[in-house]
Design a protein around this ligand. Structure first.
Ligand code: BGC
Length: 824
């Protein structure tokens, strides 16, 4: 059952929705807020530009240079800056539209045509009821007489058509015209324009991958195509800069663009409101296409052109036991334009007992901007052991272990997954156990399903076959009992304040020993509602010092704000490029630099925890929140996420990677059960989080709404305690996504709701109040205190353990501006 409309709408949209912001601020406003850093805006433009993927550029159509251009499509004014929902709902100080951007970049825009569009757009504002989750996927096109197009063709050299799409939270992209597919009006516009113009440039302004199969109908008449993603407030200006040749395109696809939606391996199992079987298993995105269906790829993973050409020359490759080091010289072989190239290394695997994708991204690096003739030396490395496979069935004889099966592991180097060529190989002479682990979060025995595996036909070609996904063999109850923490004996108030702990005058445990059960229970939930009076106006919720007695002990309130694309509060805040745009730059140091400035903006604005980055995989092109997420690949996801976390946290505040885990669809997102093998979980859906935790140590992590193999993520002991904390060593604070579903612990019926959650070490319910059928309520439940009193109920040791995680976050927050600690 979906959330009730009341709950979904709640009081969540307090600033301009993207629809309003785009429609109403299609001219540039003056920035009214002095805390917005112009350096951030300029870096945001650069990041947006680096994320733009040039998919086609025939007859050197781009850059436009001195050529004049006629711009078609209403999105030139009604530009989509970001997707919908919490991830994009920022009170944006200004938005560039494309026409303003082009003019700013010195492009000769056909003013007559632009005038017609401007007037029509002003009279036909995109309308929207404001109801949460019903936002438009596109805006209807302006009808255009053939004569207008023909006249524009006489005045200008080149046509540019902009097509815009958006989706969002609680708003999937749909396999329908106006969303994944073109509308008839857009088709008609393409026909009209390509008939009159010799050369047409198409710009896609969208958060999700959309169908591009129609490109083949127009041949070279569509001579250039840019996938611009959604680049935030500076996005249209970034596109203009790239079109003009002031900024060079260097983005690469972080997803595969297939010829049709049905080609995607997830398509048969996406969008069911109740259950999704992740039947494609480890064959997500290019892992599927490169193995089974290379001919169904229109634009491959990792692909993207520049305005110049590059040559790669391998200086050396060294395999030192498990590690490969490759040194590559990259030269700009063009004569006119500078550019950056992304060097990518993929690894294959031998056929074995475990099915393997033909290629997996193992390392990548982006060059600095190279002038014509210039060269850069790029060094990359990876460990083969990081690409060991998790045997979740025991088929190799080693259940629950990461193994490397014997054989040859070819290594490919190139600038996209398909064209990468073999440069060397690892040889593994006999089966190796890389790491022996415990079964965790496996598929329940009572909900079996079949998963995709690889078979070979008589000619040795890969063909899809199926086998039952392995199901759980371990009882959770024993694991929980064995992991119950010691209690710290309560001492009552000893006058220790949290600053004493910070200064090393007292231990955290001696502080915690003072807390009453009521105080401990309060620390386990936020300040009940969004827009807490304890935080900056428009905050998403506050945690930590949520009662007077906690504040008297020096526990300060910690303010959370959305994320990812900007700080969602009542005041103006910068709107950054969306997650996919950032990831498509493949430039993690640029992402980190931008996030560092964003962290500083958080300090200015009074935000302690940014609910960002969004780190779920692009399992399917229709997922509404794909714009917030990075890629179909876990390495790109993990490394980009880690860059965001490092950047944000360099300002002493906290990032909060979300949604842990497997939040890959919006349909019925709070009730949906994602059923997925442990192998696919570990190798794909959790992998990005793991990389991020190990590389960047986020101070906070948010669980997801959905169930993972039958258990809501906010109750998932296996995911949060066994895996995240015990296996990966995470010591930070875990919070829920906003509100949670009622449930009883199946193994320990004395634990319901918040008690069940605290046992999993999901430390804080956000924003804190209970949720009922009629919507969120402004009180907390008493399940923690009740359970503490019961036989086999929650223990005080567990409650104290949760408090330790939360107070660890409070202590770790040291907001700094320009290296100086902030007084707030
Ligand atoms: C979203 C989260 C968001 C939270 C607070 C939830 O609906 O799923 O990503 O951070 O609301 O706005």
């Amino acid at each position: 059952m979906p959330l009730t409309p009341d709950l979904e709408s709640g009081d969540r949209s307090h600033s301009l929705s993207p629809v309003e912001s785009v429609a109403q601020i299609s001219v540039i406003l003056q920035d009214t807020d002095p805390t917005l850093d112009p350096e951030l805006a300029s870096l945001a433009r650069q990041a947006a530009a680096e994320g733009i993927v040039l998919l086609r550029n025939e007859r050197e159509t781009l850059p436009l240079g001195l050529q004049s251009v006629a711009v078609f499509g209403r999105v030139q004014y009604d530009w989509f800056t970001v997707g919908y929902g919490s991830g994009g709902d920022v009170k944006v100080p200004y938005v560039w539209n494309l026409i303003a951007g082009l003019r700013d970049a010195g492009i000769a825009v056909d003013g007559e045509l632009a005038g017609v569009y401007q007037e029509w757009c002003a009279q036909n504002r995109p309308s929207h009821s404001g109801t949460w989750g019903t936002w438009p996927h596109h805006f209807p096109e302006m009808p255009l007489e053939d004569g207008v197009v023909k006249a524009a063709a006489l005045r200008t050299d080149i046509a540019l058509i902009v097509i815009g799409r958006a989706a969002g939270e609680a708003r999937e992209s749909l396999r329908e015209p106006g969303s994944f597919l073109l509308t008839d009006d857009e088709r008609h516009l393409l026909d009209q324009v390509t008939t009159s113009f010799e050369r047409t440039v198409v710009v896609i302004d969208a958060g999700n991958v959309m169908d591009l199969s129609w490109l083949s109908d127009y041949g070279e008449r569509i001579s250039a195509v840019l996938y611009a993603w959604q680049g935030g407030m500076e996005g249209a200006r970034a596109v203009a800069g790239v079109l003009a040749g002031e900024l060079m395109p260097s983005g690469k696809l972080t997803d595969t663009i297939a010829f049709s939606y049905e080609d995607y391996p997830s398509s048969a199992n996406f969008g069911d409101p109740d259950v999704s079987h992740y039947a494609e298993d480890v064959f997500v995105g290019y892992r599927y296409f490169e193995t089974f269906a290379p001919e169904r790829v229109q634009f491959g993973f990792g692909f993207g052109l520049g305005y110049t050409t590059f040559a790669l020359e391998i200086e050396k490759t060294v395999i030192d036991s498990d590690t490969l080091i490759a040194v590559v010289n990259v030269s700009n072989t063009g004569t006119q334009h500078s550019g950056k190239e992304v060097v990518q290394i993929y690894v294959g695997a031998p056929d074995g007992a475990l099915s393997q994708p033909a290629r997996r991204l193992a390392a990548y690096a982006k060059t600095p901007e190279l002038a014509p003739g210039e060269k850069a030396r790029v060094e990359m490395s990876f460990a083969l052991t990081d690409f060991a496979s998790f045997d979740d069935s025991g088929v190799t004889g080693h259940r629950s272990a990461y193994v490397l099966e014997p054989g040859t592991y070819p290594v490919f180097l190139g600038t996209d997954v398909r064209s990468a060529v073999e440069i060397t190989a690892f040889e593994v002479s006999e089966l190796r156990i890389v790491q022996k682990l415990r079964e965790t979060a496996a598929v329940k025995a009572e909900t079996p399903f079949d998963r995709m595996v690889l078979a070979r036909d008589a000619e040795g070609r890969a063909v899809v076959a199926w086998e039952p996904a392995p199901t759980a063999s371990v009882a959770r109850a024993e694991r929980v009992r064995a992991g119950l923490p010691e209690e710290v004996s309560p001492t009552g108030d000893q006058g220790i304040v949290l600053d004493d702990v910070a200064a090393g005058r007292a231990t955290l445990d001696s502080f915690i020993a003072q807390l009453s059960d009521v105080e401990l229970a309060a620390i386990a939930h936020g300040d009940i509602t969004m827009h807490s009076p304890l935080g900056v106006p428009g905050n998403a919720g506050v945690l930590g010092g949520v009662t007077e007695s906690l504040r008297a002990k020096g526990v300060r309130p910690v303010t959370t704000t959305d994320g990812p694309s900007g700080i969602r509060i009542g005041a103006y805040a910068s709107l950054l490029p969306s997650g996919t745009a950032l990831a498509s730059s493949w430039n993690t140091s640029l992402v980190e630099e931008l996030a560092a400035l964003h962290g500083q903006e958080m300090v200015h604005k009074g935000s302690d925890v940014l609910l960002s980055p969004g780190m779920n995989l692009h399992r399917d092109p229709l997922c509404g929140r794909n714009f917030e997420y990075f890629s179909e690949d876990p390495l790109v996801t993990g490394r980009t996420g880690a860059a965001v976390v490092r950047g944000v946290q360099s300002a002493g505040v906290s990032a909060c990677p979300k949604h842990f885990a497997v939040n890959n669809q919006e349909t019925n997102r709070t009730r949906h059960d994602a059923r997925v093998s442990e192998r696919a979980l570990r190798e794909l859906y959790l992998r990005g989080f793991e990389i991020c935790v190990r590389e960047a140590n986020p101070k906070t992590i948010m669980t997801s709404y959905n169930k993972v193999n039958g258990v809501w993520a906010h109750y998932h002991y296996d995911l949060v305690t066994s895996l995240l904390r015990e296996e990966w060593g995470y010591e930070g604070c875990v919070i829920t996504d906003w509100w949670m579903e009622d449930d009883v612990d199946p193994d320990f019926p004395a634990l319901t709701n918040n008690a069940f959650r605290v046992r999993a070490q999901v430390d804080v319910l956000m924003p804190g109040g209970v949720k009922t059928e009629s919507g969120p309520q402004d009180y907390a439940d008493d399940t923690i205190l009740t359970s503490l009193q019961q036989a086999e109920g929650l223990t005080r040791g567990e409650l104290q353990r949760g408090a330790r995680n939360v107070l660890g976050l409070v202590l770790a927050l040291t907001p700094t501006i320009d290296g100086r600690s902030s007084s707030r």
